[in-house]
Write a protein of this length. Structure first.
Length: 194
């Protein structure tokens, strides 16, 4: 808890986006979108779910002493590492759309590095599942420890991601943008019924 408080105090000022930059949400590029919706948040759900369940599976495997749980954890981590690649690409596109002077850039940078560290932790856990020493006590505890560290990093990184969306509006549209788009659709006849 102390780490989260330190990160929060070192990162966030007491000012919100509306105090710091009233029009900052309008100046942020759209980033990676599909049908008008941000892509990055959608792509992160599966790796987070798979990696979280891998820790549970490793724990059950340790408790029950059955290899099938370790094998499930291995595949959950491996598939999560494959699926996270498009999420990372979409996140980098979103990151590049944030102006360097925007107040959310520091949080975006923290989010990026913490989430990459989580992926590395799960990569270490995957390595501990491979080879002839994978069933050794050291490898089992290394995989559980790496996955636990990865889960803590996912929580911290997710908090930074949530702060960017809910505090600074990154990846969302402001009310004025929505009104402007609705006005444009109405004027061009795209939003009217035939």
């Amino acid at each position: 808890m102390g780490l989260l408080l330190w990160l929060r105090s070192s990162y966030f000022s007491s000012r919100s986006l509306s105090d710091a930059m009233p029009e900052a949400s309008n100046s942020v590029g759209k980033g990676a979108r599909l049908f008008g919706h941000p892509v990055h948040p959608v792509l992160t759900d599966f790796p987070i779910a798979l990696w979280s369940i891998s820790l549970l599976s490793d724990g059950v495997g340790l408790w029950r002493g059955e290899a099938v749980y370790r094998q499930f954890a291995f595949w959950a981590i491996a598939v999560g590492l494959v699926i996270v690649v498009p999420a990372i690409v979409a996140g980098l596109i979103d990151y590049a759309a944030i102006p360097q002077r925007h107040p959310a850039i520091k949080g975006a940078t923290w989010h990026m590095w913490v989430m990459l560290s989580a992926a590395i932790a799960y990569g270490c856990s995957l390595i501990a599942h491979i080879g002839r020493f994978a069933s050794s006590s050291f490898a089992i505890w290394m995989s559980i420890g790496s996955s636990a560290a990865g889960l803590v990093l996912l929580i911290i990184g997710g908090w930074f991601g949530g702060e960017m969306v809910f505090r600074y509006g990154i990846g969302s549209q402001s009310d004025s943008q929505t009104r402007n788009e609705e006005s444009t659709r109405h004027q061009t006849g795209l939003g009217t019924k035939a």
